[in-house]
Ligand binder design. Structure first.
Ligand code: PEP
Ligand code: CO
Length: 446
């Protein structure tokens, strides 16, 4: 432990520069909301968190793989049954394909049940002569460009926490109720359109998985319960530190502090400075944690980050989620791997092939090209292999719906198609076919 480690407390981050935090106009109203938030029951338990840490440790050691995905941002109006079911289905389908191909258990983690706060490039948004606080996600303020809507409202912290709980409650119900039973993957069929090039491949993999289960059960004469049920965990960017702090508890039976808003919080690239408030907060919690890393972080900072966040070299504790872009990954990733190796600390490497490949079309659509996403991922697998390292997971922005937000993929979407069904108000997501194609690509890795 370092000298500063002793002085950690759930509020010690407040002594550090905290980027991307809203400016609440009324401190007493904020405190009242936080007190009520802290009094609510937790969304997740420390048992689940420790279970996830073991799975992440296995992925780090090459005995598993992590599939983390969901919307860039959740919204309060989309806390609906179809959206939650859709996200669960696409992640389940992808994981079956990946497990069958990689012959390793795949741990599913949804970017959901709390993904309500977003970093912004400016505190203020200007429109004409007007200037108002930027929209920072439904946890903070509201999207319409009026001063009442844009004023950060602490009551939204409670509304967000409640929706996060509703979301995870429904996910747990579906999983416990047999929806995710591996014998019945037909439950998860999203309307898989016949001309998708991946449909046949998917159905033949599913049949193989089913035959495999039948074979095991016939020789052991009992159902393999362990294999029937799938696991599912929740993750969000731990951006709003008052929200994260409010549900961080000291658990006597475990001797540590757990952030019970989610299983796997991550620090975004913009708030990953080793001296900053986010790193200070995250270093003291027992959850497995992720950090988005890119070229903005130089070698010294990267090494300091790893030392601060995983000083005891605990397996499954720290995931570095690299997002370098298709053009830069081959050159930048080896240096990153080497820098971390020099610290002597092991991490789980996860590739986010989305956030380094964002661009704008001439007509102003924020988009990503499927071929860049696929290429960054492919290169990441290869670079890790070539450098004696291992890619242990993937982090995607995706949806089970047939949106048109990223170009390319099985149906060859063009820029022109983006006008047809572009729904995201933040980053562009892979649609159903594009996401399945990525799963098949991962399944085919040597
Ligand atoms: C995100 O995951 O939506 C995000 C903002 O990522 P990054 O921190 O890598 O920009
Ligand atoms: Co995003």
């Amino acid at each position: 432990m370092t000298a500063t480690a002793d002085s950690w407390s759930p509020e010690s981050w407040q002594q550090r520069p905290a980027l991307q935090q809203p400016n609440y106009p009324d401190a007493a109203r904020l405190q009242s909301a936080l007190d009520r938030l802290a009094a609510l029951p937790p969304i997740v338990t420390s048992w689940e968190i420790e279970d996830l840490k073991k799975r992440l440790a296995a992925a780090q050691a090459g005995r598993g793989f992590v599939l983390q995905g969901g919307d860039c941002a959740e919204s309060f109006t989309e806390c609906t049954s179809p959206r939650i079911v859709g996200q669960l289905k696409i992640l389940l389908q992808m994981s079956v394909v990946m497990t069958a191909g990689m012959k390793r258990p795949v741990t599913r983690i949804g970017r959901m049940a709390g993904q309500y706060a977003k970093p912004r490039s400016a505190d203020l948004e200007e429109r004409g002569d007007d200037s108002l606080p930027s929209y920072r996600g439904d946890l903070v303020n509201r999207q319409p460009f009026t001063s009442a809507d844009r004023e950060p409202d602490p009551e939204l912290l409670l509304r967000g926490y409640e929706r996060a709980a509703l979301t995870l409650n429904f996910v747990r119900g579906l999983i416990d109720g047999g929806f995710a039973d591996l014998h019945h993957p037909e439950n998860w069929d999203l309307d898989f359109v016949s001309h998708s090039s991946s449909a046949d491949k998917y159905h033949s993999i599913v049949q193989k998985v089913r035959d495999g289960l039948d074979f095991f059960e016939s020789i052991s004469e009992r159902p393999i319960h362990e294999a029937r049920r799938v696991d599912f965990f929740a993750a969000h960017e731990g951006l709003h530190l008052h929200y994260e702090q409010a549900q961080t508890r000291h658990l006597e039976h475990r001797h540590g502090w757990y952030n019970l808003t989610t299983h796997f919080p991550w620090i975004g690239l913009r708030t990953a400075h080793p001296e900053g408030a986010h790193v200070e907060f995250f270093r003291g919690i027992e959850n497995p944690i992720g950090v988005k890393v890119g070229e903005a972080l130089d070698k010294d900072h990267l090494q300091e980050l790893v030392r601060r966040l995983n000083p005891d070299n605990e397996p499954g504790r720290l995931a570095l989620i690299h997002r370098l872009g298709a053009e830069r990954v081959a050159e930048a990733l080896p240096q990153m791997i080497e820098a971390v190796r020099e610290t002597g600390i092991d991490v789980l490497w996860i590739c986010d092939p989305m956030h380094g490949n964002t661009e704008s079309t001439s007509s102003g659509f924020k988009t990503r090209r499927f071929e860049n996403i696929a290429s960054e991922l492919d290169t990441a697998f290869r670079v890790h292999r070539d450098h004696g390292s291992r890619l242990g997971g993937v982090h995607l922005e995706l949806t089970g719906e047939h949106v048109t937000e990223c170009t390319g993929g099985p149906r060859g979407l063009t820029e022109h198609d983006l006008t047809r069904d572009y729904r995201s108000t933040v980053d562009p997501r892979l649609n159903y076919d594009q996401a399945m194609e990525i799963a098949l690509q991962i399944a085919g890795q040597p």
